[in-house]
Design a protein around this ligand. Structure first.
Ligand code: PLP
Length: 348
């Protein structure tokens, strides 16, 4: 493979002179700060946050076993998705590929950036259609978006296929691992050293229980990270987010306990749904949700809404005909859902 970062970067980004903040120009410790036009009276938040989140990255570095200079943090993974588009895709000229049914933000971010998006459908059992994917790759294809475990199907994509494509593709490969904590598969972080064109995304929104915090993580080569750092808004991660995420990492065990609990509930929910005859299929899940095929999905979705229970109606999504996506909740919530599905199915 002949991946060369400089060849696939947009020219304007290659030549970009990034904004230099007060906190960029002086990074040590001082007694008197009169450089950033901040209000001197202490509110706990009167100072700008660390633009590179060094303390937080040091902690992430430990739990993920990866150097700090290979980490970028975003205001949710959604910001990192956008940064990747802006680094590598020339609007109106370049293209990316995604593999539906998948996370909707790849498409939205492509549209916002006026970047073409080619869709290579997954197979009916939600695996990569390798031949179709290879055919879809063109000289102006800059990024391939893999989501593994995939949303909304819940399965882990075959790592051997991703490996093969990553080795042969000259552009950027992104593996979105938002649900990796719920999966027994190995993270792609362990392969970063072997693939210079790989970017991995994870998030504090799912297993960490901090969706309201808006904190996403990107992992890649130091060269790719320094490009993304140039583009990102200087203070994209606010002080409260940095503090709260630090605390969460200090309580790492709590996350693992919750993940184990959710996995046990996922098993229970799947077993109980299996007993309902209207449920035609429960797709295997490596995530904190279940995709189920059920008779009259759209109607059942509506009836659950009238009972004040909201699941995700995916029945109009490609390959998800008559499917609902159900997040695994607390035990009492899962029981309420099961009882409600049983009662609306019975009335049919
Ligand atoms: C939920 C989810 C995310 C999380 O995005 P944030 O902006 O970090 O909240 C990312 N990717 C996928 C596939 C998701 O389902």
């Amino acid at each position: 493979m002949s991946f060369e970062l400089n060849k696939i970067l947009r020219t304007c980004i290659k030549n970009l002179k990034p904004y230099s903040s007060a906190r960029d120009e002086f990074t040590g410790k001082a007694d008197v700060y009169l450089d950033a036009n901040e209000n001197p009276f202490n509110t706990g938040l009167n100072r700008y946050p660390d633009p590179y989140q060094e303390d937080l990255k040091a902690k992430i570095s430990k739990v993920k076993n990866i150097k700090s200079n290979r980490i970028i943090l975003g205001n949710g993974s959604d910001e990192i998705i956008d940064l990747i588009f802006r680094a590598f895709c020339e609007p109106g000229l370049d293209e990316v590929i995604c593999l539906p049914p998948t996370y909707g933000m790849y498409q939205v971010s492509a549209d916002i950036n006026n970047v073409g998006i080619k869709k290579v459908l997954l197979t009916p059992d939600f695996e990569i259609d390798e031949i179709a994917l290879e055919k879809a790759i063109q000289p102006n294809t800059k990024i391939i978006w893999f989501c593994s475990p995939n949303n909304p199907s819940g399965n882990t994509l075959d790592p051997e296929v991703i490996k093969k494509i990553t080795n042969s593709f000259n552009g950027i490969i992104v593996v979105d691992e938002a649900y990796i904590d719920f999966s027994s598969s190995q993270s792609w972080i362990d392969y970063l050293d072997f693939h210079k064109n790989l970017i991995i995304m994870q998030t504090f929104s799912k297993a960490w229980g901090l969706a309201g915090l808006r904190l996403g993580m990107g992992f890649a080569s130091p060269e790719i990270i320094s490009i993304l750092n140039k583009i990102k808004p200087p203070y994209n991660i606010n002080t409260l987010t940095q503090e709260k995420a630090s605390e969460a990492i200090d309580n790492y065990e709590e996350k693992n306990i919750q993940v184990d609990f959710i996995l046990a509930e996922r098993k229970f929910l799947a077993e109980e749904l299996q007993k309902i005859s209207a449920v035609k299929h429960i797709y295997p899940s490596d995530a904190n949700f279940l995709l189920i095929k059920i008779d009259h999905a759209a109607e059942i979705y509506g009836q659950l809404v009238t009972k004040s229970i909201i699941v995700r109606n995916r029945s109009t999504v490609a390959l998800c005909e008559s499917c609902l996506r159900i997040t695994v909740g607390k035990p009492e919530e899962n029981k309420i859902l099961l009882a409600a599905i049983q009662s609306v199915v019975k009335k049919k």
